[in-house]
Write a protein that binds this ligand. Structure first.
Ligand code: G1P
Length: 292
Protein backbone atom coordinates (compact mmCIF):
# COMPACT_ATOMS: atom_id res chain seq x y z
CA UNK A 1 0.00 0.00 0.00
CA UNK A 2 1.49 3.37 -1.01
CA UNK A 3 0.99 6.41 1.22
CA UNK A 4 -1.57 8.96 0.00
CA UNK A 5 -0.19 12.01 -1.85
CA UNK A 6 -1.49 15.05 0.06
CA UNK A 7 1.00 17.84 -0.64
CA UNK A 8 2.22 19.61 -3.75
CA UNK A 9 5.26 21.80 -4.29
CA UNK A 10 4.95 24.59 -6.84
CA UNK A 11 8.31 26.14 -7.77
CA UNK A 12 7.37 29.70 -8.73
CA UNK A 13 10.50 31.70 -7.93
CA UNK A 14 11.59 32.35 -11.54
CA UNK A 15 11.98 35.89 -12.88
CA UNK A 16 10.05 35.17 -16.06
CA UNK A 17 12.49 37.15 -18.19
CA UNK A 18 11.15 35.62 -21.42
CA UNK A 19 7.90 37.46 -20.81
CA UNK A 20 9.23 40.97 -20.23
CA UNK A 21 7.79 43.56 -20.14
CA UNK A 22 4.67 41.72 -18.89
CA UNK A 23 6.64 40.27 -15.97
CA UNK A 24 8.33 43.49 -14.85
CA UNK A 25 5.84 43.82 -11.96
CA UNK A 26 3.44 40.89 -12.38
CA UNK A 27 4.74 37.37 -11.67
CA UNK A 28 4.73 35.23 -14.80
CA UNK A 29 2.45 32.71 -13.06
CA UNK A 30 -0.19 35.43 -12.59
CA UNK A 31 -0.54 36.16 -16.30
CA UNK A 32 -3.92 34.81 -17.39
CA UNK A 33 -4.68 32.14 -19.94
CA UNK A 34 -8.22 33.18 -20.96
CA UNK A 35 -9.56 34.46 -17.62
CA UNK A 36 -7.46 32.65 -15.02
CA UNK A 37 -3.85 33.08 -13.90
CA UNK A 38 -1.67 30.23 -15.17
CA UNK A 39 -0.97 29.13 -11.57
CA UNK A 40 -4.69 28.69 -10.85
CA UNK A 41 -4.93 25.95 -13.48
CA UNK A 42 -2.17 24.07 -11.64
CA UNK A 43 -3.95 24.45 -8.29
CA UNK A 44 -7.29 23.33 -9.74
CA UNK A 45 -5.65 20.29 -11.32
CA UNK A 46 -4.00 19.41 -8.01
CA UNK A 47 -7.22 19.84 -6.00
CA UNK A 48 -9.05 17.62 -8.49
CA UNK A 49 -6.36 15.02 -7.81
CA UNK A 50 -6.96 15.18 -4.04
CA UNK A 51 -4.04 17.43 -3.04
CA UNK A 52 -4.78 19.32 0.19
CA UNK A 53 -1.67 21.37 0.91
CA UNK A 54 0.21 23.66 -1.46
CA UNK A 55 3.76 24.82 -0.97
CA UNK A 56 4.77 27.77 -3.12
CA UNK A 57 8.54 28.08 -3.44
CA UNK A 58 8.70 31.72 -4.25
CA UNK A 59 10.90 34.82 -4.35
CA UNK A 60 10.65 38.45 -3.27
CA UNK A 61 8.14 40.39 -5.33
CA UNK A 62 6.02 37.33 -6.12
CA UNK A 63 3.77 37.52 -3.04
CA UNK A 64 0.64 37.99 -5.18
CA UNK A 65 0.76 34.31 -6.22
CA UNK A 66 -0.13 33.02 -2.74
CA UNK A 67 -2.37 36.03 -2.04
CA UNK A 68 -4.48 35.05 -5.04
CA UNK A 69 -5.59 31.93 -3.15
CA UNK A 70 -6.52 33.72 0.09
CA UNK A 71 -10.04 34.97 0.90
CA UNK A 72 -10.76 38.59 -0.12
CA UNK A 73 -13.40 39.79 2.41
CA UNK A 74 -13.72 43.34 1.00
CA UNK A 75 -14.30 42.14 -2.55
CA UNK A 76 -16.59 39.34 -1.41
CA UNK A 77 -18.75 41.71 0.66
CA UNK A 78 -19.01 44.18 -2.21
CA UNK A 79 -20.07 41.45 -4.66
CA UNK A 80 -22.57 40.06 -2.16
CA UNK A 81 -24.14 43.49 -1.56
CA UNK A 82 -24.48 44.08 -5.29
CA UNK A 83 -26.02 40.63 -5.76
CA UNK A 84 -23.20 39.61 -8.10
CA UNK A 85 -23.40 36.00 -7.03
CA UNK A 86 -21.77 34.45 -10.09
CA UNK A 87 -18.71 36.67 -9.59
CA UNK A 88 -18.76 35.90 -5.86
CA UNK A 89 -18.61 32.19 -6.67
CA UNK A 90 -15.65 32.76 -9.01
CA UNK A 91 -13.77 34.55 -6.21
CA UNK A 92 -14.61 31.90 -3.61
CA UNK A 93 -13.74 29.04 -5.97
CA UNK A 94 -10.22 30.43 -6.26
CA UNK A 95 -9.78 30.53 -2.47
CA UNK A 96 -7.97 27.71 -0.70
CA UNK A 97 -9.01 26.60 2.81
CA UNK A 98 -7.21 28.04 5.86
CA UNK A 99 -3.89 26.30 6.42
CA UNK A 100 -3.67 24.91 2.89
CA UNK A 101 -1.16 27.47 1.59
CA UNK A 102 2.50 27.49 2.61
CA UNK A 103 5.19 29.81 1.35
CA UNK A 104 8.91 29.16 1.28
CA UNK A 105 11.33 31.75 -0.05
CA UNK A 106 14.08 30.60 -2.38
CA UNK A 107 16.52 33.43 -1.94
CA UNK A 108 18.98 32.27 -4.59
CA UNK A 109 17.93 30.95 -8.01
CA UNK A 110 20.05 27.80 -7.73
CA UNK A 111 17.86 25.52 -9.85
CA UNK A 112 14.72 23.37 -9.77
CA UNK A 113 16.36 20.80 -7.48
CA UNK A 114 17.18 23.52 -4.98
CA UNK A 115 13.62 24.91 -5.16
CA UNK A 116 12.18 21.48 -4.32
CA UNK A 117 14.77 20.99 -1.55
CA UNK A 118 13.51 24.27 0.03
CA UNK A 119 10.17 22.51 0.71
CA UNK A 120 11.73 19.57 2.59
CA UNK A 121 10.69 20.69 6.11
CA UNK A 122 7.10 21.21 4.97
CA UNK A 123 6.87 17.87 3.19
CA UNK A 124 8.55 15.66 5.78
CA UNK A 125 8.66 11.96 5.02
CA UNK A 126 5.78 11.30 2.64
CA UNK A 127 5.32 11.06 -1.13
CA UNK A 128 4.53 14.44 -2.68
CA UNK A 129 3.71 16.10 -5.99
CA UNK A 130 5.73 18.72 -7.87
CA UNK A 131 3.87 20.85 -10.39
CA UNK A 132 5.58 23.22 -12.80
CA UNK A 133 2.72 25.60 -13.67
CA UNK A 134 4.34 26.54 -17.00
CA UNK A 135 3.35 23.14 -18.33
CA UNK A 136 -0.43 23.24 -18.80
CA UNK A 137 -2.29 20.04 -19.61
CA UNK A 138 -5.70 19.73 -21.25
CA UNK A 139 -7.07 16.25 -20.52
CA UNK A 140 -10.18 14.27 -19.62
CA UNK A 141 -8.69 13.13 -16.30
CA UNK A 142 -6.47 15.69 -14.55
CA UNK A 143 -2.84 14.83 -15.40
CA UNK A 144 -1.82 14.77 -11.73
CA UNK A 145 -4.68 12.37 -10.93
CA UNK A 146 -3.40 10.03 -13.64
CA UNK A 147 0.04 10.11 -12.00
CA UNK A 148 -1.36 9.50 -8.50
CA UNK A 149 -3.36 6.51 -9.78
CA UNK A 150 -0.22 5.06 -11.40
CA UNK A 151 1.78 5.80 -8.25
CA UNK A 152 -0.71 3.86 -6.10
CA UNK A 153 0.16 0.80 -8.20
CA UNK A 154 3.92 1.09 -8.72
CA UNK A 155 5.09 3.45 -5.93
CA UNK A 156 8.50 5.14 -6.06
CA UNK A 157 8.85 8.14 -8.36
CA UNK A 158 6.22 8.56 -11.12
CA UNK A 159 6.51 11.47 -13.56
CA UNK A 160 4.57 12.62 -16.62
CA UNK A 161 6.43 11.97 -19.88
CA UNK A 162 5.92 12.54 -23.57
CA UNK A 163 7.90 11.84 -26.71
CA UNK A 164 9.59 14.97 -28.05
CA UNK A 165 11.37 15.58 -31.37
CA UNK A 166 15.02 14.51 -31.04
CA UNK A 167 16.26 18.04 -31.73
CA UNK A 168 14.51 19.17 -28.52
CA UNK A 169 16.03 16.73 -26.00
CA UNK A 170 18.28 19.55 -24.72
CA UNK A 171 15.23 21.25 -23.19
CA UNK A 172 14.12 18.36 -20.94
CA UNK A 173 15.00 15.64 -18.47
CA UNK A 174 15.27 12.49 -20.62
CA UNK A 175 14.66 8.86 -19.61
CA UNK A 176 17.10 6.03 -20.22
CA UNK A 177 14.49 3.31 -20.62
CA UNK A 178 14.75 -0.12 -18.99
CA UNK A 179 11.31 -1.44 -19.99
CA UNK A 180 8.26 0.07 -21.62
CA UNK A 181 4.69 -1.20 -21.99
CA UNK A 182 3.64 1.73 -24.17
CA UNK A 183 1.97 3.55 -21.27
CA UNK A 184 4.38 3.21 -18.37
CA UNK A 185 8.13 3.30 -19.01
CA UNK A 186 10.54 2.19 -16.29
CA UNK A 187 13.83 4.09 -16.35
CA UNK A 188 17.30 2.85 -15.46
CA UNK A 189 18.74 6.34 -15.69
CA UNK A 190 17.91 9.99 -16.33
CA UNK A 191 19.83 12.76 -18.05
CA UNK A 192 19.06 16.48 -17.75
CA UNK A 193 18.98 18.35 -21.05
CA UNK A 194 21.20 16.03 -23.13
CA UNK A 195 22.31 17.10 -26.61
CA UNK A 196 20.24 15.28 -29.28
CA UNK A 197 23.12 12.95 -30.23
CA UNK A 198 23.75 12.05 -26.57
CA UNK A 199 20.12 11.55 -25.47
CA UNK A 200 19.38 7.94 -24.37
CA UNK A 201 15.79 8.28 -25.73
CA UNK A 202 13.32 10.97 -26.74
CA UNK A 203 11.03 10.35 -23.78
CA UNK A 204 10.95 13.65 -21.88
CA UNK A 205 9.82 14.60 -18.39
CA UNK A 206 7.13 17.27 -18.34
CA UNK A 207 6.21 19.36 -15.31
CA UNK A 208 4.25 16.86 -13.20
CA UNK A 209 5.97 14.61 -10.68
CA UNK A 210 5.01 12.29 -7.81
CA UNK A 211 8.18 11.84 -5.79
CA UNK A 212 9.39 9.63 -3.01
CA UNK A 213 10.88 11.73 -0.16
CA UNK A 214 14.17 9.82 -0.62
CA UNK A 215 14.97 12.48 -3.23
CA UNK A 216 15.57 15.03 -0.46
CA UNK A 217 18.63 13.18 0.86
CA UNK A 218 20.17 13.50 -2.61
CA UNK A 219 19.07 17.12 -3.08
CA UNK A 220 20.64 17.90 0.28
CA UNK A 221 24.07 17.26 -1.27
CA UNK A 222 23.55 20.39 -3.40
CA UNK A 223 25.43 18.87 -6.33
CA UNK A 224 25.39 21.10 -9.40
CA UNK A 225 24.62 19.78 -12.88
CA UNK A 226 23.54 21.13 -16.28
CA UNK A 227 23.67 24.93 -16.51
CA UNK A 228 25.58 24.92 -13.19
CA UNK A 229 22.23 24.47 -11.39
CA UNK A 230 21.09 21.97 -8.76
CA UNK A 231 18.97 19.72 -10.97
CA UNK A 232 15.98 17.69 -9.77
CA UNK A 233 16.60 15.20 -12.60
CA UNK A 234 20.14 14.48 -11.34
CA UNK A 235 18.95 13.85 -7.77
CA UNK A 236 16.23 11.50 -9.05
CA UNK A 237 18.82 9.71 -11.18
CA UNK A 238 20.97 9.10 -8.13
CA UNK A 239 18.07 7.42 -6.28
CA UNK A 240 17.15 5.15 -9.18
CA UNK A 241 18.92 2.04 -7.80
CA UNK A 242 16.81 2.13 -4.63
CA UNK A 243 13.59 3.91 -5.73
CA UNK A 244 11.77 2.68 -8.86
CA UNK A 245 11.28 5.44 -11.45
CA UNK A 246 8.39 5.31 -13.93
CA UNK A 247 7.36 7.73 -16.65
CA UNK A 248 3.64 7.80 -17.45
CA UNK A 249 2.53 8.66 -20.96
CA UNK A 250 -0.50 10.56 -19.75
CA UNK A 251 -3.74 11.06 -21.63
CA UNK A 252 -4.07 14.70 -22.74
CA UNK A 253 -2.10 17.48 -24.41
CA UNK A 254 0.60 19.58 -22.87
CA UNK A 255 1.14 23.25 -23.67
CA UNK A 256 4.44 24.86 -22.77
CA UNK A 257 3.61 28.29 -21.35
CA UNK A 258 7.31 28.86 -20.69
CA UNK A 259 7.69 30.13 -24.26
CA UNK A 260 5.77 32.97 -25.89
CA UNK A 261 4.51 30.87 -28.80
CA UNK A 262 3.51 28.07 -26.38
CA UNK A 263 1.65 30.63 -24.29
CA UNK A 264 -0.36 31.87 -27.28
CA UNK A 265 -1.03 28.25 -28.28
CA UNK A 266 -2.27 27.52 -24.73
CA UNK A 267 -4.65 30.50 -24.92
CA UNK A 268 -6.06 29.20 -28.19
CA UNK A 269 -6.33 25.61 -26.99
CA UNK A 270 -7.94 26.48 -23.66
CA UNK A 271 -10.15 29.07 -25.35
CA UNK A 272 -11.39 26.55 -27.93
CA UNK A 273 -12.02 24.02 -25.12
CA UNK A 274 -13.79 26.62 -22.96
CA UNK A 275 -17.47 25.70 -22.38
CA UNK A 276 -18.82 29.24 -22.93
CA UNK A 277 -16.24 30.60 -25.32
CA UNK A 278 -15.20 27.72 -27.57
CA UNK A 279 -18.10 27.89 -30.02
CA UNK A 280 -17.73 31.64 -30.47
CA UNK A 281 -13.97 31.50 -30.81
CA UNK A 282 -13.77 28.71 -33.40
CA UNK A 283 -15.17 30.71 -36.36
CA UNK A 284 -13.00 33.70 -35.38
CA UNK A 285 -9.83 31.60 -35.43
CA UNK A 286 -10.91 30.10 -38.75
CA UNK A 287 -11.49 33.58 -40.17
CA UNK A 288 -8.02 34.68 -39.12
CA UNK A 289 -6.52 31.64 -40.81
CA UNK A 290 -8.53 32.28 -43.98
CA UNK A 291 -7.44 35.92 -44.15
CA UNK A 292 -4.51 36.22 -46.55
C1 G1P B 1 12.57 21.50 -15.98
C2 G1P B 1 13.32 20.22 -15.62
C3 G1P B 1 13.33 19.26 -16.81
C4 G1P B 1 11.91 19.01 -17.29
C5 G1P B 1 11.19 20.35 -17.60
C6 G1P B 1 9.72 20.12 -17.90
O1 G1P B 1 13.32 22.23 -16.93
O2 G1P B 1 14.63 20.54 -15.22
O3 G1P B 1 13.93 18.04 -16.44
O4 G1P B 1 11.93 18.19 -18.44
O5 G1P B 1 11.27 21.24 -16.48
O6 G1P B 1 9.09 21.30 -18.29
P1 G1P B 1 13.07 23.80 -17.25
O7 G1P B 1 11.89 23.85 -18.17
O8 G1P B 1 12.82 24.44 -15.93
O9 G1P B 1 14.33 24.26 -17.90
Amino acid sequence: MTQRVRKAVLPVAGLGTRFLPATKVIPKEMIPVIDKPVVQYAIEEARAAGIEEFIFVTADGKESIATHFYPHPVLERALEEKGKLAELKIVRDSTLPPGAVHIVKQHDPLGLGHAVWCAWQLIGNEPFAVILPDDMVLSQTPCLKQLIDAHSKVGGHVVAVEDVPRDQTNRYGILDILSDDGKLAKAKGLVEKPAPDKAPSTLAIIGRYILDPAVFTELDKHTKGAGNEIQLTDALNRTIASVPFHGLRFEGRRYDCGTRVGFVEANLAFGLAHPEMGDRLRPLVQKLLDTK
